[in-house]
Design a protein around this ligand. Structure first.
Ligand code: AMP
Ligand code: MN
Ligand code: MN
Ligand code: MN
Length: 277
């Protein structure tokens, strides 16, 4: 039986495991098809070699930061050509945007009395893609907050002072990059954005118009009934369905690699279009 996980992270973005560590966990978890989808980078795929012989098919992926209607959203690209001009351009652009965003967040947090955020977050990220989780980790280490989740709840999460999404590329540009790289564009965790159901459907319509092909119908830690609702939306808009845990770390037991609700039967799985079989 194939077992897919088409959304997960490594140390190249905000995950806890190295690319090889994640592969080892995938093998232990009996995953047969794994897409590593770090935020705005394919560095993990540059480090790893295809490992078909180990019984695991690695699919090249990325989770691109984007915006729609002034909110930050995430678009997963699957089966992308990691050496394409479009991906190189997206990585370079988003890397610059991440630094600019960090400067802006650091400035805002400094006005609240928190110092050295820029240097601290960069120190946490090292050579890897810097993001809000690195700011949160630094704030915890400095005793500015008690936990990463408190940092998000108070300062970094949706609607808080550190939620700066205005710099991300527009949804249509993000989808275009993925398609130019030969990949399939998937809206990541569509139920997780702060949107009403009717606005969520408008986002999906705009995504479809831009050339988007699939929704992540099943993700880790998803509210009951969400996958059925998304499956109905897929049917209505002729979109395919993807699945992925959004695994970041073994320290978060509520999201396990390879674990997500069952894909509703009516869905057309995205892997049928990936040329895997
Ligand atoms: P960024 O890519 O820098 O915008 O950071 C977004 C990442 O922060 C997400 O991909 C999650 O991994 C993490 N994140 C978002 N909300 C929370 C939260 N409430 N608690 C912990 N981590 C979070
Ligand atoms: Mn993340
Ligand atoms: Mn995401
Ligand atoms: Mn993710």
């Amino acid at each position: 039986m194939p077992h897919f996980d088409l959304h997960c992270h490594t140390t190249c973005s905000d995950g806890k495991l190295s690319p090889q560590g994640l592969i080892n966990l995938a093998l232990e978890s009996n995953i047969t098809h794994l897409a590593i989808t770090d935020h705005d980078t394919v560095a993990a795929h540059r480090q790893l070699k295809p490992i078909d012989n180990l019984g695991l098919k690695l699919i090249s992926g990325i989770e691109l930061s984007s915006q729609w209607s002034k909110i930050g959203i995430h678009i997963v690209g699957l089966n992308i050509n990691i050496n394409s001009d479009a991906i190189l351009k997206a990585e370079a652009h988003l890397n610059a945007v991440r630094m600019q965003r960090l400067e802006r967040i650091a400035y805002k947090l400094e006005k609240r009395g928190f110092n050295n955020i820029l240097e601290g977050a960069c120190g946490e990220a090292g050579d890897n893609q810097v993001g809000r989780p690195h700011i949160a980790r630094y704030m915890v280490k400095q005793g500015m907050v008690n936990s990463v989740s408190a940092a998000f709840d108070k300062y970094l999460g949706a609607g808080k002072v550190g939620d700066v999404s205005s710099l991300w590329p527009a949804l249509a540009d993000t989808v275009q990059w993925i398609n130019e790289a030969g990949g399939v564009a998937v809206i990541a965790h569509p139920g997780r954005y702060k949107l009403t159901r009717s606005k969520r459907i408008r986002m999906i319509e705009d995504f479809k118009d831009a050339g988007g092909q699939a929704l992540e119908v099943c993700t880790g830690n998803q509210p009951h009934g969400m996958s059925e609702d998304l499956a109905n939306i897929c049917e209505r808009y002729e979109l395919m369905a993807s699945v992925g845990s959004d695994f970041h770390s073994p320290d978060y037991p509520w999201v396990k690699l390879g674990r997500y609700p069952r894909l509703p039967k009516k869905c057309r799985p995205v892997w049928e279009s990936l040329g895997l079989f």
